[in-house]
Design a protein around this ligand. Sequence first.
Ligand code: TRP
Ligand code: ZN
Length: 925
Amino acid sequence: MRTETPVTLYLKDYAPPAWRIESADLHVAIHDDHAEVRARLDCVRNTAGGDDALVLNGEALELVGLSLDGAPLDPARYVYGDDLLRIAGPLPDRCVLESVVRIRPDLNTQLSGLYRSQDGYFTQCEPEGFRRITFFPDRPDVMTKFSCTVEADRARFPHLLSNGNPVAAGVCDDDAARHWARWDDPYAKPCYLFALVAARLDVLEDEYVTASGRKVRLAVYVEPGKLDQCGHAMAALKKAMRWDEERFGLEYDLDQYMIVAVGDFNMGAMENKGLNIFNTKYVLARPDTATDADYQGIDRVVAHEYFHNWTGNRVTCRDWFQLSLKEGLTVFRDQEFGADTHSRAVTRIQEVRALRVGQFPEDVGPMAHPIRPASYAEINNFYTATVYNKGAEVIRMMHTLLGREAFRRGTDLYFARHDGQAVTCEDFVAAMQDASGIDLAQFRRWYARAGTPRLNASSSYDATTRRYTLTLTQTLAPTAYEKRLTESGQAIVDGTLHIPVALGLVLPNGNDAPLKLAGEAEASGTTRVLSLTEPTQTFVFEDIPAAPVASLLRDFSAPVQLEFEQTDAELAHLMAHDDDAFNRWEAGQRLATRVLLAGIAAQQRAALMRHTLPHAGEDDSWRGAGSDWIPDAFVAACGRVLDAGLAGDPALAAEALNLPAEAVLAEAVVSLGQPIDPEAIHAARVALRRHLAARLRDAFEAAWAALTPTAAYAPDGAQVGQRALRNACLGYLAESDVEYLQSAVVPRLTAQLAAGGNMTDGNMTSQMAALATLANLDLPEREATLADFYTRWQNEALVVDKWFAVQATSRLPGTAARVRALMQHPAFDLKNPNRVYALIRGFCGANPRHFHAFDGSGYALAADVISELQAINPQVASRIARSFDRWRQFDAGRQAHARVALERIAEIEDLAKDVAEVVGNALKG
Ligand code: TRP
Ligand code: ZN
């Protein structure tokens, strides 16, 4: 039997809860094959009249006992079915409900609720996991004071943790082998922030003194033996605490702040009050096990979860439609933390790259939604790049429109008004508007409109009047989201957006022109933020001494697709002279995209000439199209970027030499109204890399040598930048002809990998750069090196993940078969999300050419995995299923294969709701 379409929930149907739970006291006893959860809830009627019954969520709970105000409840008074416990009235306005349930954490492979990982027990309650622990109104607008006693075997689980402050602990009276610990959280919170841990752990402790002089115990708990990998996370936590005091005036509010790392976790980390639970990936780091990117990821995720203490916990969401209220804002905060502690420009470039690779495609796919969707079937499917990353862009635009000081007045007002409340996105915008006096009514449409707006710009310069005229036009085409809304009879929000367009005018001499809009008395500033509030608007600048080159959307001031005709020479001028580092990079990317689009067309012509489509077995398809389409000026510009990087900022140069990703090029092809040809895209990109390698070999060699490290490894900005550029050079050198590869490059790669603990290359950043490069080369050294690497690191789970990922993302033919073989490897485990993400998402999400293979082999692989995984872990299976998002943008042959794969998943009996929503939307089209 086919699965039913999942039930859709609507934002417009929001109603306040009929009952509040003032306080909840839990007793969780962990036994060998089950846990017993006793809960005592102080229930208070919330709204007069309405439903008299008390309705609580409960999922996979075995009901053992239920009593009301001290008396066992007559079974005739309640029903438990369809994941709801319904206690019939009449009920007093206040009552105490006590329940006893049994749950099976050892069988919980979804990793939602209470589950076992290795030898410990952990929880994940956001968004709807608490109902898998006990009966409760599991919705974020029910804010409760929690206390919790955890009880377990003393020897196996020495650490018993929960939210808030520890208040008592002891050995069990009736069983000296067991112990208990009692915790009390003084802050009312929604149940999604509840957490408990029972495990044997090592702990790194430290202390933090807040701005107002309160002492806070900091603790990072990890699997025994990993204490030497916690230092960076602890340092990041202290940095984040200080930064939030300085930038936002926000202090920590409990006596303890605990982070617990766990190896089985669906997402990055979770901000449970006072007891964050983290994926090990965002805690553990040592120079020989973690890359620079890993270190940076730790900084950001530690900060993100810490920042949630105010943006998410003290002020929380009214309902899950408001998810971006806490996530968009908290991502914006962690981005600003990153920008203040590393390079602002490089941070911004990386964020925009992530937005283009992850969020823009979402807008053109079947799951398109605004940062606040009006409907969903499974909320787990809306922890998306749109809600998180575009959500952060929307907050950033308010920051741009208001300026840093007014924005800070806005957040101050938001906390003053709403501390302890569960609120909506409107409440946040209202605080910003009231604190700044800036009208944000039109701006609010960003919350309701899906899709990436197009910003068309055209300009002219009149030398006689010295006027520069810029005309901006915005358009936003309907997405799959509007289609879904219409089909279900929902109203669509449209209308013009308020788009902040930061602009500078770069003169022929390379300087910025002072900007004076027509009508202004004098010029002010060289970067101005224009407010585009109409479909089309014209801006006239006066006293511009010579024809300028416009630098639009400085620092990427709005998440839009810019359409602006600029010549190669103009882009080169911006690359060299733009004051805005982001736009210097952007000009380079636009130039590269232009070159690559020509290359893609050339590859397609060459393929036609061969009377055969290039296919995955033909690794040298890049040779077919020659290199006529690569202008010498582009090669020269790359050479200048490299020189500038050596003399100045190597991190920026590394970003500039990183050509637009295949996913971004696919987007550019789709914008031209053409189907995506993953072979041609891949071939063109590789061909351009090989051409640059051949033409700039001496420069890459010299830079590589000049960037040889001279100090012991540290993940600091200067070193990270040098390593990034050095590895970029090595990556290009590995695109050389076979002779040079074998004589000069491969020996270096293998030596680098053998370098183990030495100062130059004995860090994981260099190791992985070498391994990933070698994994793309069909040379005898490949297999032996991969095997050695595994042997060396088989006991370090996060390094084994990297080993799976480099193989999954390899360019080489036969990668799909290799992934299938690796699924049989003893170290592969479908139950471990990090493993699945490394191997399966690596292949489906980061290897477009092989995932979208013309013969459908990639799609078939994904369908096989999703089918099996959806019964084990629906959240992770659903994330993998999102790989099909773009399927309709390919040619008919690929579409046919994708449809077969999607239909095969859709037919599964009892298909998990998460996957049903994603696959259902994909097939609806
Ligand atoms: N709130 C978490 C964060 O952004 C996200 C999260 C952690 C999550 N675990 C989850 C979301 C499980 C859904 C399911 O920091
Ligand atoms: Zn978050």
